[in-house]
Design a protein around this ligand. Structure first.
Ligand code: IDP
Ligand code: MG
Length: 148
């Protein structure tokens, strides 16, 4: 089944909102397959965001992501990559719809509180980077109540 990498950024941890953020994925019916609180160093953050190396905000982005602990997660479910991005909202919180995480919790792009993989391919890459030991293998007893 499809998996995605979701990360609550340092501002999301600092602002005391992470339980509510995590609960949105849980309530939807997706399955938690990995979760850890961790800090990352600059080389690790640069690897995660390597596609954005040429962007003018790259330096600020690396400073942001390394500024405090983050919560790294693997979520699993049908269509979780695309639906996860919908739950998160647009990159710019000023354009994120109300009801999305960024729409409800953030104001500016440089403090948009959460990351979600943008494709199945980047999800696989990011999960391998953040969870070298792989996901936790379990299945919720609610599975038959969530899927037909
Ligand atoms: P995404 O997180 O919605 O996938 P990306 O384009 O992959 O957006 O950018 C990664 C992160 O870089 C964003 O979540 C945001 O924190 C930051 N970012 C993107 N564009 C800008 C910008 O124009 N100014 C400041 N920060 C930005
Ligand atoms: Mg992205």
């Amino acid at each position: 089944m499809e998996q995605t990498f979701i990360m609550i950024k340092p501002d999301g941890v600092q602002r005391g909102s992470f339980c509510e953020i995590i609960s949105r994925f849980e309530k939807k019916g997706f399955s938690l397959k990995g979760l850890k609180l961790m800090t990352v160093d600059r080389p690790f953050a640069q690897k995660h965001y390597e596609d954005l190396l040429s962007k003018p905000f790259f330096g600020a982005l690396i400073g942001y992501i390394t500024s405090g602990p983050v919560i790294a997660m693997i979520w699993e479910g049908e269509g979780v990559v695309k639906t996860g991005r919908t739950i998160i909202g647009a990159t710019n919180p000023a354009q994120s719809a109300p009801g999305t995480i960024r729409g409800d919790f953030a104001i500016v792009m440089g403090r948009n509180i959460i990351h979600g993989s943008d494709s199945v391919e980047s999800a696989q890459k990011e999960i391998a980077l953040w969870f070298p030991d792989g996901p936790i293998n379990w299945q919720s007893n609610l599975h038959p109540w969530i899927y037909e």
